[in-house]
Design a protein around this ligand. Sequence first.
Ligand SMILES: [Zn+2]
Length: 436
Amino acid sequence: MNQRYIVFLLLISCSVTFSCKKKSDSNWLNFIPIGEEIELIEELASMTNPCRDAENYIPDPDHPKHTSYKRVKVNFHIIRNAEGKGNLSEKVGRKYVQEVLISANEGLSENSKMRLPAGNDTEVLSARYKYELWPTSYIPNDDGIYFHNDDEHYFNINRGKKKNIFKRDVYEKYGIQKDSVLNVFVQDVHLDSIASKSFTARANGVAFSTWVKVALWHEALRDTVYQNGKAVVPGKYNPPKLLNHEIGHVFGLAHAWGRDNCEDTPEHPNCWALTGVPPCHEISNNIMDYNAHMSALTPCQIGRVHKSILTNPIKRALVIKDWCKLNPYKNFNIKEEITWNSCKTVQGNIIIENGGRLVIRCKTSMPNGSEIVVHPQGELVLQGAHLYNDCDGQWNGIKVLSEGKVSGKVSYIGKATVIEHSKNNIQLEKEPEIKS
Ligand SMILES: [Zn+2]
């Protein structure tokens, strides 16, 4: 018998009589021991609450999908005078609202590099949020764009005695799905103002907690300046930028020329356009400034928006709740060392693969029927984590895989760790009582 034949026979008998592979197994976890990693414990002790720090909500350029994509539900109200004049017609209005949305969403996803400070190396991140028209289920043929004819509410005046820009009455009267949809009111110029020669139409707006007023779109569109038949100041491009600005306020952004809690937005004189002479020899292009460009959001600003949506229930209600139904296409496959220092709305399963290690520190909602799977050489550390289901349902729990004697590791550190709504019940090891 030659040697190769013997090896072959051995292999055959090996696979027939017993498995050469180590035995693999999977178990739902019922008990989580206290972790003993001094480094992590010390790191936690040196941190303020990471879940409250907006910086931790900035999308990670290496793992952008770890920041869920937010879809903000919006509707539009175009108000005209009692005769149906003084603002966009139904035909033009519906089309224009759609165009504004496309353009505003493009602005958020493409984002521009910051112009200030000169020579900056501020990172350009996609904003990872957008707007979607959100009709009701009870109005026939609803598209989320409404027209109201109302002499009292069709106009917007932002200065002088008759100023009404900060009035809420239009929202009280016409708001639809107020607790779950961001309502946008499009007002225009009082028809008497247009008659005055000194009047120039400039699009403007104002933001409230869950809704915004924008104004003078219709007049601003007409205001486009033509030279040799070409539009040189295309007024139609201002409303999408203004919409992004006002909705930025709704989600907690301040004007960027002053102090706004963001180090990557320097203070500046807020010039509208370049004049070539100081202080307007360099101008901002930030969405939260007043300028002709309004096309950039910094990482800090993007982080603040995501934090606002994830941690403020009133703002959170304005986005599509897409974290209830399990979507395996949105599984997280953790293959390296990852720490989640911010709240998350997970849409798939979390799979910690061999060599992967995930530290969860904040509120993390798991979709119905989902699970966390820890492979034999994977590790999950819950450090002040709060795992729960935000949909009145249950998630399945934590599954640990083993191979031979090696099992996936799971531990917890920190008193705030909470596990709720898990179908397979999980207990945390009791911390030893410290006797004084
Ligand atoms: Zn503003």
